[in-house]
Design a protein around this ligand. Structure first.
Ligand code: ADP
Length: 266
């Protein structure tokens, strides 16, 4: 940013005073915002084009060389369905991202009960965990935990985190969801609930941790694509937690599993 200021300053000759410098800072900020927008559009186009190119290739093959080959047709249709599903997931996540971003400044008005919400979320994900041979447990206080929140959005947060833990945690593993409550949470400086989603999978190299919630950022790109990930799940999670004035913490290391902690003010 500093270099940009200097270049502009040199370009127009004499510059002095804080007000003028402030204007340049705004320009830099706008430049960054529009660069981010361009990067986002380029990423979306690339992510959509990959399955689209595959679909077009298979359509062509089905119209030509594989026209009368029933076995090949079945095989190709399976792959085409999976590519179409990938596009569908991506569009769904883009719409979610758009919605949560636009609602980020609107304080949630509902009162939700966190333990019940987590029970429902985990039951919905149990078939996925069973298929992956992953055991899924919830440890929570007996008393209800009420806090201001958006029910659907918080379900989306925990669905994304637990789904990731199941997906990346690997088969035969375990995913634990632990809830605790504190009158004086150190991160929030007030009463808060903490939900920890813990897996014992391959973990994440710490170099990736600071960027994990960026759109389309993947720690292991190959694995994410193989598992059908869109690269948007944690970006959606981050916006929803911001809306709730909460915090997201990630602790992980290679070979040591991962712990995603959501801290929500009560
Ligand atoms: P994706 O759709 O790729 O899963 P996310 O935004 O949900 O996108 O996650 C971003 C990246 O963080 C993933 O691509 C993956 O590399 C990494 N990640 C998320 N959760 C875990 C986890 N529990 N264990 C290991 N890596 C994870």
């Amino acid at each position: 940013a500093f270099q940009v200021h200097c270049r502009y300053m040199r370009g127009i000759g004499a510059v002095s005073g804080g007000a003028v410098l402030a204007t340049f800072m705004d320009v830099t900020h706008l430049e960054q915002a529009s660069q981010m927008r361009r990067d986002f559009v380029a990423n979306v186009s690339h992510e959509l084009r990959t399955p689209l190119t595959a679909l077009m290739g298979f359509i062509e093959t089905l119209q030509g060389p594989a026209k009368d080959d029933a076995a090949a047709r079945d095989r190709f249709l399976k792959i085409m369905t999976s590519e179409a599903n990938r596009m569908n997931r991506l569009v769904g996540d883009l719409l979610s991202l758009n919605r949560v971003e636009s609602e980020e400044r609107i304080r949630p008005r509902q009162q939700i009960e966190l333990i019940e919400l987590l029970h429902v979320t985990l039951e919905t994900l149990r078939p996925l965990a069973d298929d992956a041979g992953v055991s899924l447990t919830l440890s929570a206080p007996d008393n209800p935990v009420r806090l201001p929140g958006d029910n659907d959005q918080l379900r989306q947060v925990f669905t994304n985190l637990v789904e990731n833990a199941i997906k990346y945690g690997g088969s035969g593993g375990s995913v634990d969801v632990q809830v605790s409550v504190s009158d004086q949470d150190t991160a929030i400086r007030g009463p808060a609930a903490r939900v920890r989603v813990i897996d014992k999978g391959p973990g994440i190299d710490p170099v990736h941790l600071p960027r994990l919630t960026e759109r389309f950022y993947r720690a292991d790109s190959h694995r994410s694509r193989e598992l059908g990930g869109t690269g948007l799940g944690l970006a959606i999670v981050k916006h929803i937690i911001n809306r709730h004035r909460g915090r997201l913490r990630v602790e992980s290391d290679l070979g040591k599993g991962a712990v995603f902690t959501v801290i929500l003010p009560m």
